[in-house]
Design a protein around this ligand. Structure first.
Ligand code: ADP
Ligand code: MG
Length: 695
């Protein structure tokens, strides 16, 4: 393939002068294929090289940018490669040393007489000023200097073999040649109202700004675009749902009344409010599209059951989808218990069913004999048919993507959709990220819940912990002991849990009953153990994370988590939510091996600091960053480069308002004035947002 016409924004980078197939391959790894991609690849940060710090003024403990000539190079002696590689530098004010660990190839690259620009943290070591592990660049000539020094210099995210300077030089050329040809995507009104700089200028200044202010304005503009494109996409999805004709389900409510009468307690105020919101949605002639957020134990299941009964009573079927087989099985048990006494048949559909049994259950669904199907993603498979699917409930929403949700909905005539999550997030964020959903919040726990006392303990306290467990059991309580189990080391983890169960049963608590529960057990075995635990026949239940969600044994008062550092924060919070459900004081003990990494320690600290799921979610978001937290990759949402979901909350709110206004007037962006915006939207959502035919 060759490129003959003059290069433009759509030209593959490979055909830009100075970029060969090799370099193009490296750029592709960063997701950069065309000139336009590259222009939107904004730097990670900028270094202020207008103000180089003279060596004499370096202050230990502070990061600095400086420049000097290499006057001496000392690699570690042979065989001592764990010592740092050091370089002596001089500038007009004096001398400094730079050192790097584990950078053996530096010996080949750095030479006496070279001029370097360095950026790093300063330390004092044995009377010498040392730049530790600095980023460095070799300055080649004067022309080079203007781009790489003496200004706010962009620093890009790199990939192996792609040097910072080469990328920066390429960016300089691309920005210089093409930035001015970028079409403006924002409607004028929006740009003026929000006081945003033009796109071409924003891109130019985001890469090579003249001043800090210009950089800030440029990044603000780009962040706004990211926010707007996200919100527009969500607003379009939402408006399509609102325009679709759904089923109005407004039965007399006999089944709901019977279930409510059978419950041993009353719904909380929050449950009543949320149920009312859901009931209205279901009664309306357009499809419900609602997110139900509620902390662990806030009682989402019963609300979902009321919705299921409403669908059934109006002659429809309901599907309840869970992200894992175990959770699906647990929901199945719960729903069966709640619904079957009312004459509503419930079935379970997972991929581990024997083909014959699966066929039978599918047929029953297709024939309409089954009112409620609980299952995993097996429910969205092609062959599963419903006779009259009216309601879809999705549990643990954050683990499913936009696409899976859409597929399940596609199985009926625009069935109502209720998604539930126990990973609550701040309301503004919920609107941002689930902007295609209405949001209900269960912000009240059932009465009598007590905060769980949470402590972190080291291995050395194990005996004291066992003594405490024994006291609890003597007082009539029950105990969970949880082991981590991850796919990569499943066999080992399973063995650890099994060994521990045996050790506890034979040596520590020979007089008590110890049970073992893990995902490899068949449904019947799991069910049997859970029943025995519920009945109080098992005192200590050793388990892998299968009990993470949904298990409910109010008499259990201690959750002991082994290797707590290996669990994610929301998992830990879920596990803790298994206790504190009865009238007894409850405990969560986080057992860790010893010194932890910063992030792991952060998780443990968050757990001991608060019982509030919203605060936990915020800490999680802070620790992991929004990308991982929301799994934007799997979820099918566009990724952010500049937007920070926490810091840009008000910008996102503005973007959301503007997006709603645009979509209200032009639902599929077919107005020619919206053409550039439409184009940007399609690019950013990568085909996940098929818009109506081009206008
Ligand atoms: P989650 O929101 O975590 O899914 P569940 O639906 O599992 O929570 O409910 C947790 C426990 O609280 C269950 O045992 C449930 O029966 C109980 N529960 C739910 N609502 C109430 C209520 N209003 N009063 C008392 N207990 C309730
Ligand atoms: Mg639940």
């Amino acid at each position: 393939m060759t490129q003959t016409s003059a290069p433009d924004l759509h030209t593959p980078l490979q055909f830009i002068k100075g970029v060969g197939p090799h370099r193009a391959g490296q750029l592709e790894r960063k997701g950069l294929r065309t000139v336009e991609d590259a222009l939107h690849f904004v730097p990670l940060r900028h270094e202020d090289r207008t103000r180089l710090t003279p060596f004499r003024s370096l202050v230990p403990g502070v990061a600095a940018t400086c420049s000097g000539v290499v006057v001496g190079v000392s690699p570690p002696p042979p065989g001592r490669s764990r010592l740092p590689f050091t370089v002596m530098l001089r500038d007009p004010s004096g001398y400094a040393t730079a050192s790097w660990f584990g950078w053996r190839y530096l010996a080949r690259v750095l030479k006496r007489g070279q001029r370097l620009v360095l950026h790093g943290r300063v330390a004092r070591y044995k009377g010498v000023t040392v730049l530790q592990q600095p980023d460095y660049e070799i300055v080649e000539n004067d022309e080079d200097e203007r781009l790489h020094t003496g200004r706010l210099v962009p620093v890009y995210s790199l990939t192996e073999g792609l040097p910072q300077r080469a990328l920066r030089s390429l960016m300089w050329r691309l920005v210089d040649t093409f930035a001015s040809t970028l079409p403006e995507v924002l409607p004028d009104g929006v740009r003026q109202r929000r006081g945003l700089v033009g796109l071409a200028q924003a891109i130019r200044e985001a890469h090579f700004p003249e001043t800090d202010d210009a950089l800030a304005a440029a990044r603000h503009r780009i962040a706004f675009d990211e926010g707007l494109l996200l919100q527009l996409g969500l607003a379009i999805l939402r408006s399509r749902v609102a325009r679709a004709r759904g089923v109005a389900m407004n039965p007399r409510g006999d089944l709901v009344a019977r279930l409510r009468a059978a419950l041993p307690w009353k719904l909380t105020g929050a449950q009543e409010r949320v149920w009312d919101e859901i009931r209205r949605d279901m009664a309306a002639p357009y499809p419900m599209h609602r997110l139900l957020q509620g902390d662990v134990g806030s009682g989402k299941t019963i609300v979902a059951a009321l919705a299921v009964l409403t669908a059934v009573e109006s002659g429809h079927q309901a599907a309840v989808m869970a992200p894992t087989e175990i959770l699906a099985e647990q929901h199945f048990m719960t729903f069966r218990q709640l619904l079957e006494p009312l004459g509503v048949p419930v079935t379970l559909l997972t991929s581990s069913l024997k083909p014959r049994e699966r066929a039978v259950r599918r047929a029953a669904l297709a024939g309409g004999e089954i009112g409620c199907a609980v299952g995993t993603h097996a429910l969205v498979q092609e062959a599963v048919e419903f006779r009259r699917l009216g309601l879809v409930v999705v549990d643990e929403q954050h683990r499913f993507g936009v696409e899976q949700r859409a597929r399940l909905r596609g199985k009926g005539e625009h069935p109502d959709l209720l998604v539930m999550t126990a990973t609550p997030i701040p309301r503004t964020l919920a609107l941002t990220i689930y902007g295609d959903l209405d949001v209900s919040v269960l912000d009240e726990l059932p009465p009598g819940r007590r905060p769980v006392v949470t402590v972190a303990r080291l291995e050395s306290k194990r005996r004291a912990i066992y003594k405490f467990l024994r006291e609890q059991v003597a007082g009539g309580r029950q105990i969970y002991v949880v082991y981590p189990l991850v796919e990569e080391s499943e066999a080992l983890d399973l063995k650890a849990a099994t060994d521990m169960a045996r050790h506890l049963a034979d040596e520590v608590f020979p007089d008590l009953t110890v049970g073992l529960l893990h995902g490899r057990l068949g449904f019947e075995d799991k069910d049997a153990i859970m029943r025995r635990f519920k009945a109080g026949e098992v005192h200590v239940l050793v388990s892998t994370t299968v009990i993470e969600v949904g298990i409910d044994v109010p008499n259990a008062s201690v959750m002991l988590i082994e290797h707590a550092e290996r669990f994610g924060l929301s998992q830990l919070h879920q596990l803790r939510g298994r206790v504190g459900r009865g009238e007894w004081k409850s405990y969560c003990i986080l057992l860790t091996a010893g010194r932890l990494g910063e992030e792991a320690q952060g998780r443990i600290d968050a757990m001991t600091a608060t019982n509030d799921g919203f605060k936990i979610a915020e800490a999680d978001l802070e620790l992991r960053g929004p990308g991982e937290f929301f799994g934007t990759r799997q979820s099918g949402l566009p990724e952010f480069r500049v937007v920070d979901l926490l810091r840009h909350a008000s910008l996102l709110e503005d973007a959301r308002r503007d997006a709603s206004a645009i979509v209200a007037r032009d639902p599929e962006l077919s107005d020619p004035a919206h053409r550039p915006l439409r184009q940007a939207l399609l690019t950013r959502w990568r085909g996940k947002l098929a818009l109506a035919t081009a206008g």
